[in-house]
Design a protein around this ligand. Sequence first.
Ligand code: HEM
Ligand SMILES: *[C@@H]1O[C@H](CO)[C@@H](O)[C@H](O)[C@H]1NC(C)=O
Ligand SMILES: *[C@@H]1O[C@H](CO)[C@@H](O)[C@H](O)[C@H]1NC(C)=O
Ligand SMILES: *[C@@H]1O[C@H](CO)[C@@H](O)[C@H](O)[C@H]1NC(C)=O
Length: 452
Amino acid sequence: MKSFTIALSLAATAMASPCPYGQLAERGALPETEAKNFFVARAEGEAAVEQQMAAVKRAEHEAQAKYYKRQLDLGELPLGGGLLDGVLQSFSGALELLDVPTPQPFGLQEIPGDDKAHRYIKPKKSAVRGMCPTLNTMANHGYIDRSGITTFAEAANACQITLGFGYDTCVFLSALGLLAGGDLPTGKYSIGGADARVPNTLGPSLGISRHGFFEVDNSISRIDSYFGNQADFNLDRFNRLVSIADKYNGQFGNSAFAEERVLLYNEAKNNNPQFNAGVRWLAVTTAERVFIFRALPNGTDETNANYANVAPFYVNETFPRDWFRRSTPYSLANTGTDIATLLATSGELTVPGTNEGLNNFVPLGLDIGALSPQEATCFLAQAVFDETPGFLAPALADNIDLVNAFLNGALKPFFASFNCAIGDNTPFANETSTLAGPSVECNVLVNGVYQC
Ligand code: HEM
Ligand SMILES: *[C@@H]1O[C@H](CO)[C@@H](O)[C@H](O)[C@H]1NC(C)=O
Ligand SMILES: *[C@@H]1O[C@H](CO)[C@@H](O)[C@H](O)[C@H]1NC(C)=O
Ligand SMILES: *[C@@H]1O[C@H](CO)[C@@H](O)[C@H](O)[C@H]1NC(C)=O
C-alpha cells in the first residue's frame, strides 16, 4: 500500500511536464509491482490533474496578456518584446536582428544520450571558453556553437535543453550574459573574453568575463580578477570545495555552500584590496551555488548532488556518463527560494560592500538579514534593472534607451507576478569598466588540468 501512495502523489505532482517516474515506468525501469501501481494511479489521477494544470496555465496567460497590454500603454515596448502565451514576442527597429529564445519541451531525458550531433569534441584552438562550466560544457557538446561564440537565443535555448532549467531562468541568464559583454543589436556574445567574431555595433563588445557585471569576486572555482585570469579553472579552489562537500556526505548541497561561501567572502575581504561585493555579486554568487545542486544531479536522482555528477562538468567540461537532465523546469521563483535558504543558513551575514584598499571595507548599507523567497527573487530583478546603468560597458551605457527597451521587452514580464520595486534606475555605485574580459588561456580541460 505504501508504494501505491507514493505513486499516487508522484503522479499528481509531476503533471507540469512529463512525469519522470512515469517515464521510468514506461521504459520498464521500475520493479513490476511499483510500475503497476503507478499506471493505476495515473489513470485515476491524470484527468483531474491535467484539468487543474490547464486552468493554472490559462490564468497565467491571462495575467500575461494583461501585463503586455499595460506595458504597451506605458510605452515600455518601443522595440517590441513582451510575453504572450508564455512566449517572448519578437523585437523590431534597432533590435530587429535580435532573435528571442523559445520555450523548449521539458521532461526527463538523457543528455546527450546517443545523439551523434552532440558528442563531446575537444575545442579547437580558435574556440573560446570561459568561467561558466555549463556554458563550456554546452559548447563542447555543440548545444551552443562549438566556437564559444553564441547568441542570446541560442544559449537560453541550450540552457533549457541540456539542464532542464525554466524558460524564465534561462532567458534571464542569457540576457545578463548579453548585457555583460555582448553585442546587443545582434544578440551575439562570447562565452569567454572579448573576441573579434562578436560585432561591435554600438562600441567594443568586451566578453561576458568582463569583471564587474556578471563575472564577480568569490567565484567557486575561479580566482578573483584582482589576482589574475578570472576565467581559468582553478583546481586547488575546486578541490577545496570537494573537501568541504566531504564533510556533508559528499554532497555539493546547501550546507556545503553555506560554509564555502562564508570562507571565500572572508578570504577576499582580508586579501583582495579591490574586493567588490555589490548587489550583482550577491545575486550571482548565491545563484551559481544553488544552481549546482539544482542542475547537475542525475535527473533520476534529483537530490543527489554528488561528485560523480558535479565533477565532470567542472574538471572535464562534459556531461557525466549516462546522465539525465532534471525533469521539471527550475524557475526564477525556485531560484529565489533557494537563495533565501542559502543566505538564511550561512553561518555569517556576508555584508555587501567594497574594499577601498585592505582593511577598509565600505558596506553598501543593504540589509540582507532575512530575505523572504519573494524578496530574493525580486533581488535578482533589482540586480539587473536598478544596477544596470552604472555597470554597463560604455557601448551600452551610451545607448541606455536601447538597453531599457531590451530589459522591458525581454525580462520585465517574467517578474510581473512578484510585484518587485524595480525600474527606478538608481545604481548603488558607478563602475563603467572599459577592461575587456579574458578567455581561458588553454581551452582543453581534462581531469581539472589544461592540456596545452
Ligand atoms: C545561459 C546563460 C548563462 C550565462 C550567460 C552564464 C554566465 C556565467 C558567468 C558570467 C559566470 C561567472 C560568475 C562568477 O564570476 O562567479 C558563471 C558562472 C557559473 N555558472 Fe553560468 N551562465 C549561464 C547559465 C548557467 C546555468 C544554466 C547554470 C546551471 C548550472 C550555470 C552554472 C554556473 C556555475 C555553477 C557558475 C560558477 C562557476 C565557478 O566559479 O565555479 N550557468 N556563469
Ligand atoms: C575526466 O576525464 C578523464 C579522462 O577521460 C577520466 O579518466 C576521469 O574519470 C574524468 N573525471 C570525472 C570526474 O569524470
Ligand atoms: C543516472 O541514472 C541512470 C538511471 O538510473 C543510471 O543508469 C546512470 O548510471 C546514472 N548516471 C549517473 C552519472 O549517476
Ligand atoms: C551613477 O551615474 C548615474 C548617471 O550618470 C547617476 O545618475 C547616479 O546618481 C550615479 N550614482 C552614484 C552612486 O554615483
